[in-house]
Ligand binder design. Sequence first.
Ligand code: GDP
Length: 441
Amino acid sequence: MFNRLVGKKLALVDDTPGVTRDRREGDGSLFDLEFTIVDTAGLEDAEASTLAGRMRAQTEAALDTADLAVMVIDARAGITPLDRHFAGWLRAQDKPVLLLANKAEGRMAEAGYYEAFALGLGEPIAISAEHGEGMADLYQAIVKHVGLPPEDAFEEEDKSEPTPEEVAAAPLKLAVVGRPNAGKSTLINKLLGEDRLVTGPEAGITRDSISVGWEWQGRPVRLIDTAGLRRRARVTTKLEKLSAADTRRAVDFAEVVVLLLDATLGLESQDLRIADQVLQEGRALVIALNKWDSVENHGELYRGVARALEDGLSQVKGVPLIPVSAATGKNLDTLLKAAFEIRDLWSRRVPTSRLNDWFAAALERNPPPAPGGKRIKLRYITQARIRPPSFIVFGNRLDELPDSYQRYLVNLMREELGFMGVPIRLNFRSRENPYAGKPRR
Ligand code: GDP
């Protein structure tokens, strides 16, 4: 159901009862209705100190923030004592409830559907989440509770570039990646300030990647955690491969990616590969050196990692490196501040006149080479895109421009135009085709 409404495979589909363990949020839609949907663990009546008890606490917390609760039963299995228990609990809450009888395709569900009336939650809505049946009925029922969406909700999305103010107001989309045991779950829990991702000694507890919304100093943040994906798949697949897939998923989602290193282990080649992948994909990167509380020789360690990064990530100078302790919370404010700041840089547009003044000066200081005695001419630069900042240089004989000169331009741009630590894209277009690189604006 969650997958159908969110429209992508976010939740795990598994036939084992209780496989959904954490609270998961997604932006869902049903025709022209848009909503946030929270998928919760089951509601076992369990001791608060047990895993099941913590899961119940999460369900209660999710219900607290909801406008509408949806209880789903398996109409093929019929009503179970647990369903009765859930229904009783839901009836006692002060929330509107819809009852969905799922797996209702075909005749096998008929008896279960009629039984469901006995739960006292009104007329059940027969659906098949898998086959997409009953969605119009579900729509009607939701609208009855929350009202129709405004008329203009269906208008085409405005695709224009966000202004700096719009960037600053939008939730920071943040992902935390890193090797297993770097402390990703600990970090996210600490940031959220509540026990929302269930961490604990139980192995493999984070079963899926999870996106959660939250605020940092009054500014909205959305976090995705991919630890669970790795844990889940580790059984069968090689570590390197998984890491790449995780990172890809995080990168798809995120504006800023936090690469978490374990300071007790230092920087390893796998970390550099992840960092490189993030930058290749054009995302902003912040590196956090975790477990700072349990290492000594802070100065020496920091300088060592900074140097190794400088060598290993030479294509992007100045990626922020921040020592933190996910366990104690030390420096997490600095980390978030750095993430917001680098998003601003990553989203910046340099006015064309300023850009070209800079460009002329850069060419004068270090003119492009003249292979065969004929100088390569670079005439003009424009910023085609933001997020990541992407530029087009116009000129002649550009296919002869050496890589070293391109690197010179990109590095200088980073230092002098305020793009430290940000991946930059630079394209070259010959004058012969002046429209090839026409910016979108
Ligand atoms: P994940 O696999 O990246 O999600 O890592 P976890 O969050 O599960 O943490 C792995 C282990 O490192 C756990 O035993 C944590 O308690 C420990 N850990 C995480 N952060 C810190 C930290 O800042 N300091 C110390 N000393 N231990 C930490």
